[in-house]
Design a protein around this ligand. Structure first.
Ligand code: F6P
Length: 369
């Protein structure tokens, strides 16, 4: 028989995404309505593992008042980090090296000591893999799927994705007119490490002429041919959307920094590479726009806000029903639960037979293949 829940904690990990605050508000409110307290852990698990960084305390009680009126706000009121995996915690040594340390036991000990009965972990693949490991070690955990990249498996969508796609689409709408006025090639780099969901959805909705995604190794000859075809038809401008993780047929992913202990590799620069090569090969005036972190900021769309509120309340319902080791998922149009085991370490790439990809092909979009 499981101990009844009196107090839970919530943490947000990985890159932020519009809708995090709505999840926090939903979780805290649904918990309070059951007479439970909800604690907010600062910056992933840093509030527990690095208490010295927080003179006011690394873990706080989140009251209803604290979360009132925050659903529409971007970011996360409890902070986040994409460094500091408790199972692979980087501990600097006196000789300058860094030791890969497992500090997960400290998390469990903290929960025990503070009488926290369960964790709601809001994050992407990295955070949910950590959540699954904590569950395996005996913690009661429910995950909530977050990432603007939409690359989490077993959920129709993650919250944050719709906001990122909507913003990128608006940017493309704006870039059409300036590209056409100047008869330029405009290359727009968007986030999307290993999956091209943002590039694909925004590119098609925003009328891009070429879309390069990590799932399809691109051949620039094909993009050059598309530009030439447009020129012949009297359309002297071209919009190219490229996901940061897009890979040339012969070449490698554009890296800013390699992975380190507890921290994934940093991507970036493919937009410049593609822009430079297209300018050289076509002789056309070319400009590159990197949307980057703009896609992660701002107010969540109504879709993301609602998804986040549904996810947060469903996470509390899951705990109330005695579930653990599950992630709340959108099985459109309903919310359901899948095991963290099914999600951890898996990535949802754009399927090559996807209807959206096919839509692009039928509309004449070049995918670099
Ligand atoms: O949230 C995922 C993501 O947006 C990736 O697309 C991107 O590579 C990464 O975050 C960048 O994160 P940061 O610059 O915060 O390390």
């Amino acid at each position: 028989m499981q101990k009844p829940i009196r107090r839970i904690a919530i943490c947000t990990g990985g890159g932020d995404a519009p809708g995090l605050n709505a999840v926090i508000r939903a979780t805290v409110t649904a918990a309070a309505n059951r007479g439970w307290e909800c604690m907010g852990i600062r910056d992933g698990f840093s509030g527990i593992l690095q208490p010295e960084r927080y003179p006011q305390g690394g873990v706080h009680l989140l009251t209803r008042d604290r979360v009132r009126g925050i659903s529409h706000l971007g970011g996360t009121i409890i902070g986040t980090t994409n460094k500091g995996n408790p199972f692979h915690y980087p501990v600097p040594q006196s000789d300058g090296s860094v030791l890969d340390t497992d500090r997960s036991g400290e998390i469990l000990a903290y929960f025990e000591r503070e009488g926290i009965d369960a964790l709601v972990s809001v994050g992407g693949d990295g955070s949910l893999t950590i959540a699954n490991e904590l569950h395996r070690k005996g913690l009661r955990v429910v995950g909530v799927p977050k990432t603007i990249d939409n690359d989490l498996d077993k959920t129709y969508t993650t919250f944050g994705f719709d906001t990122a796609v909507s913003f990128a689409t608006e940017c493309l709408d704006r870039l059409h007119s300036t590209a056409e006025s100047h008869q330029r090639i405009m290359v727009v780099e968007v986030m999307g490490r290993y999956a091209g969901w943002i590039a694909l959805h925004a590119g098609i909705a925003g009328g891009a002429h070429a879309i390069l995604i990590p799932e399809i190794a691109y051949d620039l000859d094909k993009v050059v041919a598309k530009i030439a075809e447009r020129e012949k038809e009297g359309r002297a401008y071209t919009l190219v959307v490229v996901a940061e993780g897009a890979v040339p047929k012969e070449g490698a992913r554009a890296l800013v920094a390699p992975s380190e202990i507890g921290h994934a590799e940093r991507l970036g620069g493919v937009g410049e590479q593609v822009g430079h090569a297209l300018a050289e090969r076509t002789g056309k005036d070319t400009r590159v726009v990197v949307l980057g972190h703009l896609l992660r900021g701002g107010s969540p769309t109504a879709f993301d806000r609602l998804a986040a509120l549904r996810f947060g309340t469903a996470a509390v319902r899951a705990l109330d029903e005695g579930l653990s080791g599950v992630m709340v998922a959108l099985a459109f149009p309903n919310v359901n639960y899948v095991t963290l085991e099914e999600v951890a370490g898996r990535m949802k790439a754009v399927p090559l037979d996807s209807d959206t990809l096919q839509t692009g092909r039928d509309l004449g979009v070049c995918f670099g293949d």
